[in-house]
Design a protein around this ligand. Structure first.
Ligand SMILES: [Zn+2]
Ligand SMILES: [Zn+2]
Length: 346
């Protein structure tokens, strides 16, 4: 057995096989609750408000999109994105990683914890799932599972179907709000009965149109529309991000790592530039003091203003150059680290 895997080291938890395994994540449970609540509200309230034709169409659309969402959600949670070699093995207890022996969990294509040879350069060992993920993208807390090559497609389909549900909800709410103000008689008979204010004994022109129940109806539509829109924006942002990184040819993990790396480079260089500017200014002030003693007060002011202007220009130039360098580092794909499986190709 390898040194790092010897029995004397502290044991890590067993590796996880899917997202429905205990312990569950609280975000995963919140996601389920939101899904169940949205099903109840959409099927029991929102579709019942629509006029007959739209009610029928919305029931079909919701049934189809929810079915896709539930299937892809459970598929993304249940598919084991681990390395092939690992999935064939029995679940064993992993050793604690010893940094005094190895600098990284995966070195030269070998994982010192899973005790396997990884098959791809993008394979990463997830500390939460305790296993090597083939073409690792990220660990999703909403699924309580890692997203890798094996479940990436169903993960994206899950996001798309959730986005369609929320967008359709927003559209239905907006249609209902419009109909409520323009021609409420086009709403379903159940909705018309609910918002009918004429049943009140004493009503004037205002209460006739807006009584308690009709205001509740409007508040429900606006609130539900706002919540659905907020979730839709978050999902759209996530989807656009995945389209963007697929164009760049990097995974979520690689994107985050490079971004944080380049940010730290920028911060370091900014601090260095500010320090450099401070030192230059101090030198200028000292030299101006010497010049002023020879040329007088007016000469000192003119020279100092001129030097300050040059210093600010230099500083801005340095910042712009750093930003350009940062962009160049970000868009360049780092090919220095060669995985054994890619050695032949390079
Ligand atoms: Zn591993
Ligand atoms: Zn994971």
């Amino acid at each position: 057995m390898h040194k790092c895997c010897s029995l004397r080291l502290k044991r890590r938890p067993q590796r996880r096989t899917n997202g429905l395994q205990f312990p569950l994540n609280y975000q995963q449970i919140i996601g389920w609750i939101v899904c169940v609540v949205s099903v109840l509200v959409n099927f029991l309230l929102l579709t019942r408000i629509q006029f007959d034709d739209l009610k029928f169409a919305s029931l079909i659309i919701y049934s189809f999109v929810y079915a896709v969402y539930v299937i892809t959600h459970f598929a993304a949670s249940l598919v084991d994105p681990g390395e092939d070699d690992l999935r064939k093995r029995d679940i064993n207890i992993l050793p604690e990683f010893d940094r005094t022996i190895h600098a990284h969990v995966i070195e030269n294509g070998r994982c010192h914890l899973c005790n396997i040879n990884t098959t791809d350069r993008k394979t990463k060992h997830c500390g939460i799932c305790n296993k090597c993920i083939f073409k690792f993208d990220h660990h999703c807390k909403w699924l309580n599972n890692c997203v890798g090559r094996r479940n990436y497609t169903v993960f994206i389909l899950c996001v798309v179907s959730a986005l369609l549900i929320t967008l359709f909800t927003v559209i239905l709410c907006l249609i209902d709000i419009y109909i409520y103000f323009v021609s409420p008689q086009e709403l379903s008979s159940a909705a018309q009965t609910f918002i009918n204010c004429t049943q009140l004994e004493d009503f004037n022109d205002v209460t006739k149109k807006y009584c308690k129940s009709s205001i509740y109806f409007l508040i429900f539509l606006v609130t539900f529309c706002t919540i659905a829109l907020a979730i839709a924006c978050a999902l759209l942002h996530l989807l656009c991000f995945h389209i963007y990184i697929s164009i760049l040819g990097v995974s979520t993990y690689e994107y985050i790592m490079r971004n944080s790396h380049t940010k730290s480079i920028c911060c370091k260089s900014c601090r260095t530039n500010i320090r450099r500017l401070y030192i230059i200014n101090q030198d200028k002030i000292k030299s101006n003091a010497i010049v002023s003693s020879e040329t007088g007060v007016n000469g000192e002011n003119i020279t100092q203003e001129h030097d300050n202007e040059i210093s600010v220009k230099n500083f801005i130039n340095t910042l712009v150059t750093d930003e350009l360098n940062r962009a160049r580092i970000f868009f360049l794909y780092e090919k220095s680290k060669i995985h054994p499986s890619n050695e032949g190709r390079s």
